[in-house]
Design a protein around this ligand. Structure first.
Ligand SMILES: [Zn+2]
Length: 190
């Protein structure tokens, strides 16, 4: 039985502690878009100590950017006028680990994956991350390096998307970062 009571109690202590809902209800003006992994240990608002309304957050496994993520980022950039996107990878990422497994299979000549025949979107995603990290032998063992190469591939997807490309010409900045699960530290590559 899931513990919903704990969540309801948690929400009560949240709204009793926070008094600025009236101001927030008037509209949002977040300063940064943060694209991060869905991993439960990587909540951007918590690890960056941000308040409600400060961060416009998009999360998916392996911070993979697909159509829904692109559309959400576009909303943040075009409609909310956000000028900063933080692309945040993290250590100990399960999605990247899965892709590293495929990379090791590929290096051993044992990888046989047919993207069109696959019936699991998760398998397809892992395969795509594998393609992002393939080509460098240390990526099969170095999870930080693999996570960064996957992140760079996601940034390229962003930069190749016309509305974002136009926004970059008008001052939008995309920076990358790494969150270390082991220490709680975020390193931003500005
Ligand atoms: Zn992850």
């Amino acid at each position: 039985m899931a513990n919903y009571e704990k969540l309801i109690g948690g929400n009560r202590s949240f709204y009793e502690r926070n008094a600025d809902f009236k101001e927030l209800a008037g509209g949002q003006k977040p300063e940064h878009i943060v694209v991060a992994c869905s991993d439960s240990r990587v909540a951007p608002e918590i690890i960056l100590n941000a308040r409600l309304g400060e961060l416009f957050v998009i999360r998916s496994a392996g911070e993979v950017i697909d159509d829904a993520e692109l559309a959400t980022i576009e909303y943040g950039v075009v409609h909310l006028g956000i000028k900063s996107i933080i692309m945040l990878a993290h250590t100990n990422c399960g999605a990247v680990a899965e892709a590293q497994k495929l990379l090791r299979e590929s290096e051993a000549g044992k990888l046989h994956f047919d993207e069109k025949a696959a019936n699991s979107k998760l398998d397809v995603m892992a395969y795509r991350i594998y393609k992002n990290i393939a080509g460098k032998s240390n990526n099969s063992v170095d999870s930080r390096s693999a996570a960064l190469d996957n992140l760079m591939a996601q940034i390229k997807i962003l930069e190749d998307y016309e509305p974002i490309r136009d926004a970059i010409k008008n001052g939008l900045r995309i920076i990358s970062g790494m969150y270390d699960i082991n220490t709680g530290r975020v390193e931003l590559y500005v």
